[in-house]
Design a protein. Structure first.
Lengths: 330, 336, 304
């Protein structure tokens, strides 16, 4: 595994109340892979994404676990901040939902990309400019020499997002993390941009971690995925396998949300789990339609267990869930 | 659903709205010649990408902004002709639900208080209003105790239901739903849509459902209108529009939707059907068909002549003179 | 029917919540941050203590004073002793009694002036900005002009010309502070009026006035509340300053500024107590109000 997260936990504190946003999450991305992380809002996906870069919000902290990129321990090791900063942007690129938020409105777009390149590689202005123009071209921006001089507000939403992708990939990072990178974009642009992102990532030789709620995106671009709920990984499998035979109630619930409301049988009930007070046993017990105290659901916190090679599920009743879910697969 | 022979709840005729950019003579054509009708118990989905004008149509219908030309009739009453007081009364009959529930509520007042404010015009006394607030919340499936909470204390899905409760307070005939579930997670979305369906069945409400989510509109709406750069390019019953879209833009739009189906990956790799290029600026609109610069079927006539809506069989109109002769798209509906 | 229970910290985590209960995630409102700051840190508590003490003295000070605060005696300029804790001043009056009687004037002026400035300034800011139009811009320009006046000089001139009444002092201080509140309110209204819930309110048929009063105002209060304390502190200093210059409250009315002024000549002779004690009292009071204002401000600036 090129990029490996091991048992990472993140907590944050609001007014003396501690919320466990990420709980002992382990995931890995191999070189050249596209991996998806999917889950309802509040499942901890975005907190996870930031934490892997050692970035956390003001009132949050990483309480356990480690993150490794290649041979470097980013989190959980003794890496000094200065080195971590060098790795960010150079070896890991981050793309967030709000493209314009990542761009300085007062600096020309091309210059921003060139600056990132120069900072990390020490290249001279001319070389940095060339690299930036190449990056713009690669992400599908026509006439990149002219667009180099554009200010962010002069670009449409789709273009701005492409510029951000260019910025994240210009240093040819090992891993690109895209956190809801296309959710606010129009349908036709979304598909185009994801195609451009995928192509860019392949050209540059990076791996891609796609974090999203959109199952359509996952189905079309991810090789493998992790499903998160209440801050932990509840299922992981190759994409086709998970869509075909989901094993965890949370996955089934997500897939079912795409259907006509009248046909939904296995939706998780109620509201997202309150991470201030997690119960003993399975954390989803209050919401799960498959809960069964005979099966340890209320007493033992289920571990991630293999149901097939490469397919793991965190559920005591995984086999029951799988067979019922097979009925609803079309 | 039950579409009676009575007058439509909402009738929009040739609605146009232009904005002048401050400090210049440039004009933005937000909507152009938009006409539609919605009957009691019906849902019309208005789909389009950003800049299509769909949000502007919603605002014009509610007269939150004034139209440049054209008319909007609610239960056959022309809303442009009303005085401020009459308008406030008429506003009772049409309400809006916004995309971001947290934004559409005042953050410092409790939810119950805000629904109460919507009831002030109804003439009930304080105790009756309190009871009605609880009734409304119950109706949308929100526990009455939520009334005392601030918007920030409620999850988005619950808050959006409160938004619907507030809209129902005045017993409206029409609900404008502006991307009501785009900001919600899939499960909350399913919840809210189920509620909206139920309410429509029970009360015969008419819905104007504005959305960019094509699969959603397909499952939820009866009629569909597709907008591009302020114009309606196709309008018809949803089965028609989704199964055999006739306008090239509609075809491309439907083909671009990413379905939660891993098999689509291979299909898309096989290619075809995308629209090239970017959407033209709404300030500098071309003379002829707005899509001509991106459409693979474009001819000189398309570029030269302004396109009008043409009738194309059972209740469908299309703004493309070539629609009848072009091949119908594969017709693979997005949510299958 | 399902019920709601906000989850309390310390809930026994071994007990799984019953399936029929819906748990709502509670995110604290803005004011809870404020209360929390007060509970949490020491400094705000100190400030609160000072303010409470001063307000207490404003009400009960003159009653509690051990000696008459206006009657001259023969025991002139006596240094602090067991009988006279703060000594006596140039007229033989007990300094301690005057120091604790003074808040009634200083604090009253400060509170009333602030209240006036706040109410009028905010009202102008709110309605002028929300309704806009010609009248609105005019009102705002008016307050801007007022702000251009040099404060203290203006105050001195008015007070001296119209007689040293307390009501005049209150009015003058209020007028000087009013533009600030108008501005604060204005910037809040500008921020708020674009938001969706205002549009929703309009769509639901609320009148403009109702929207301004019930929807906009509650959202705009925060920075105003934070500013209040600062204005109170400023008013105390202003009153004291005016009195010090002889343009405010006249002796023998006990007031910190005039006490400092009256005692200032004696400092050269080594008689520090008639000036220093009221000086310390004043400094402490302003400090107390300032801390409170600062606490509120930083608590409201912090987003959970």
């Amino acid at each position: 595994m090129l990029f490996e997260v091991a048992e990472l936990s993140v907590e944050y504190t609001v007014l003396d109340e501690v919320r466990r946003a990420v709980n002992s999450v382990s995931l890995g991305v191999a070189s050249g892979e596209v991996v998806g992380v999917v889950g309802e809002s509040g499942s901890g996906k975005s907190t996870l994404a930031l934490a892997t870069l050692g970035l956390t919000r003001r009132n949050a902290r990483i309480t356990a676990g480690s993150v490794r990129l290649g041979d470097r321990q980013l989190v959980g090791g003794q890496l000094p901040d200065s080195e971590l900063r060098q790795i960010r942007g150079r070896r890991i690129g981050l793309i967030t939902q709000n493209a314009r938020g990542s761009l300085n409105p007062t600096v020309r777009v091309g210059k921003q990309i060139a600056t990132v390149f120069a900072t990390h590689t020490g290249a001279r202005p001319r070389a940095a400019r060339d690299a930036a123009i190449d990056a713009l071209r690669l992400v599908g921006i026509n006439d990149p020499e002219r667009r180099f001089d554009a200010y962010p507000h002069e670009l449409s939403g789709g273009m701005a997002q492409r510029a951000v992708i260019a910025m994240a990939t210009v240093c040819r990072p090992d891993v690109v993390i895209a956190d809801e990178a296309t959710s606010r974009l129009d349908v036709t642009i979304q598909a185009q941009i994801l195609d451009d992102l995928q192509r860019t990532v392949q050209e540059v030789g990076s791996s891609l971690l796609l974090i999203t709620q959109d199952l359509g995106v996952i189905a079309n671009y991810a090789d493998r995925l992790y499903v998160m709920n209440a801050g932990e990984v509840v299922e992981t499998a190759p994409t086709a396998e998970l869509f075909g035979s989901p094993g965890h109630p949370a996955s089934v619930s997500l897939l079912e949300s795409q259907l006509d409301p009248a046909e939904q049988e296995f939706r998780l009930r109620g509201l997202p789990v309150d991470t201030r007070a997690l119960p003993a046993g399975c954390w989803l017990q209050a919401r799960c339609p498959f809960v069964d105290s005979e099966a340890d659901c209320t007493t033992v916190h289920p571990p991630l267990a293999d149901v097939e090679p490469g397919h793991q599920v965190r559920c005591h009743r995984a086999s029951v869930v799988a067979s019922r879910a097979a009925e609803l697969a079309r | 659903m039950s579409a009676g022979q009575a007058a439509p709840v909402l009738r929009v005729r040739n609605l146009s709205k232009q904005f002048t950019i401050r400090g210049s003579h440039k004009v933005v054509h937000a909507c152009d010649d938009v006409s539609l009708e919605i009957r009691s118990g019906q849902t019309l989905g208005l789909i389009g990408e950003s800049g299509s004008g769909k949000t502007t149509v919603g605002r014009c219908v509610l007269r939150l902004i004034d139209t440049t030309s054209g008319s909007v009739e609610l239960d056959s009453v022309d809303i442009a002709a009303l005085s401020d007081r009459e308008l406030r009364e008429l506003r009772q009959r049409m309400q809006i639900v916004f995309q971001e529930p947290a934004e559409s509520f005042n953050p410092v007042l409790s939810v119950g208080n805000q629904i109460d404010l919507s009831l002030r015009a109804s003439g009930l006394n304080a105790a009756e209003r309190r009871r009605r607030v609880r009734e409304l919340l119950e109706r949308v499936g929100v526990p009455g105790a939520a009334a005392a909470l601030r918007p920030g204390a409620l999850p988005a899905g619950v808050l959006q239901k409160c938004s619907i409760a507030r809209a129902l307070a005045s017993e409206p005939r029409l609900l404008v739903l502006d991307e009501p579930t785009s900001a919600l997670a899939p499960e909350a979305e399913a919840d809210v849509l189920g509620l909206l369906n139920q309410l429509q069945r029970d009360d015969g409400l008419a819905y104007l459902f504005i959305s960019h989510d094509l699969s959603l509109v397909q499952s939820f709406c009866d009629l569909v209108a597709v907008m591009y750069l302020g114009q309606i390019v196709e309008l018809g019953p949803k089965e028609q529009v989704y199964r055999s879209p006739r306008h090239p833009y509609t075809q491309a739009l439907l083909a671009a939707v990413l379905r939660p189906d891993p098999r689509q990956r291979a299909e898309r790799a096989a290619g075809g059907g995308e629209l090239k290029g970017e959407i033209p600026s709404p300030i500098d609109l071309p003379t002829g068909c707005y899509l001509a610069s991106r459409c693979k079927y474009a001819t000189d006539r398309c570029r030269a002549e302004r396109q009008e809506l043409l009738q194309l069989g059972a209740g469908t109109v299309v703004r493309c003179w070539r629609a009848a002769e072009l091949p119908a798209a594969d017709g693979r509906p997005p949510s299958q | 029917m399902t019920t709601i229970e906000p989850v309390q910290p310390g809930l026994d985590v071994a007990e799984p919540p019953a399936p029929a209960t819906e748990v709502i995630l509670g995110y604290p409102s803005l004011w809870r941050h404020v209360v929390h700051s007060f509970r949490r840190e020491l400094l705000p508590k100190v400030g609160l203590l000072i303010v409470v003490a001063v307000v207490f003295l404003a009400i009960f000070g003159p009653i509690l004073a051990p000696f008459n605060t206006r009657a001259a005696t023969n025991l002139v300029n006596a240094p602090p002793s067991a009988a006279h804790w703060f000594g006596t001043d140039g007229s033989g009056i007990d300094v301690f009694s005057r120091v604790i009687a003074a808040p009634r004037i200083d604090v009253t002026i400060a509170l009333l002036a602030t209240a006036l400035a706040l109410v009028i300034g905010s009202a102008i800011g709110l309605f002028a900005t929300f309704y806009g139009g010609r009248a609105g811009s005019l009102a705002i320009r008016g307050t801007d002009t007022l702000q251009a006046f040099p404060a203290l000089i203006f105050a001195i001139i008015v007070v001296v010309l119209t007689g040293h009444g307390i009501d005049v002092i209150i009015l003058v201080i209020a007028i000087l502070n009013m533009p600030l509140y108008a501005r604060l309110m204005r910037s809040e209204v500008v921020r708020i009026r674009e938001r969706s819930f205002i549009e929703a309110a309009r769509a639901s048929g609320m009148t403009d006035f109702a929207i301004a009063w019930r929807q906009v105002l509650p959202n705009a209060i925060a920075p105003i509340a934070a500013q209040m304390s600062v204005t109170i502190g400023w008013s105390i200093i202003a009153t004291a300053g005016l009195s010090f210059l002889g343009a405010g409250v006249l002796p023998p009315t006990p007031e910190w500024g005039s006490m400092i002024s009256a005692g200032s000549s004696g400092i050269m002779l080594g008689q520090w107590w008639p000036s220093v004690f009221p000086g310390i009292a004043m400094a402490l009071t302003v400090f107390g109000f300032a801390i409170i204002g600062d606490t509120i401000q930083s608590a409201l600036g912090r987003e959970g």
